[in-house]
Ligand binder design. Sequence first.
Ligand SMILES: Nc1ncnc2c1ncn2[C@@H]1O[C@H](COP(=O)(O)OP(=O)(O)OP(=O)(O)O)[C@@H](O)[C@H]1O
Length: 264
Amino acid sequence: MESVIEIKDLKMRYDTAGDYVLKGIDLNIFPGQIIGYIGPNGAGKSTTVKIMLGMIDTYEGAVKILGKDIKEESVAYKRHIGYVPEVATLYDSLSGAEYLQFIGELYQMDPETLTQKAEALFDLFGIKTAYYNRISSYSKGMKQKLLIISSLIHNPDILFFDEPISGLDANSVMVFKEILRKLAEKGKTIFYSSHIMEVVEKISDRIIVLNDGVVVADGNFETLSQNRKDHSLQEIFNQLTGFDTHAQIAESFVRTLMDEEVTV
Ligand SMILES: Nc1ncnc2c1ncn2[C@@H]1O[C@H](COP(=O)(O)OP(=O)(O)OP(=O)(O)O)[C@@H](O)[C@H]1O
């Protein structure tokens, strides 16, 4: 099977005299995979995703998406990509309808098809009545649903989601997880970054753990949990990233707050 994403010896440093934040990453991602892309704060997850999205081009190494080197073919591949960023800027003065029309125009979608799809997706997400309202009046979860719809409306082949369920209620999370499964069944590739280990463990059929700019684990949950005494992804994550001091840190934190003697 051909890779949808092929990353070879990817290195990145933001400052030419500074340290590398990505230290040589090699990955082959295949159609229909749901990749849980996890790692501690600052590990380099967003940097990798931004490189794949073409938002950073000062990297070393090679990144091929859908068979093309993204440095050589920097625009065409973006039609095949959908993205939900962790922090998004939505145009608050537009309505949901206007925002999606704008997104549709960027992807040169037929306006009638776009409107039909947009209205139907709003309805399915339970926010139909907000379609013509200004985004400034949306709740956090409604904004998140709009972002999810706008990342999917052009029917992309590769999806990058960064904490996509942030703000979604429990029922909507169930719907969203099922949507991911169905999209993967249709051959879409999903790159899912999150710090919520329970969700990553459940939805991913491949988990990639990044620590300090290096891939420290890559496999399905069963492979990752082999030969380890603890079996939740949270515990495997703690072991892989060498973290076992949560209790001491919490105690020092609270002592500091309480003005007691500090022992860090
Ligand atoms: N624009 C930037 N300029 C300089 N350094 C940056 C920039 N963006 C990220 N970095 C640095 O690169 C490293 C990796 O950051 P990145 O945002 O990729 O991590 P992450 O794994 O996505 O973290 P988080 O889980 O906190 O979102 C960090 O040390 C960060 O300080």
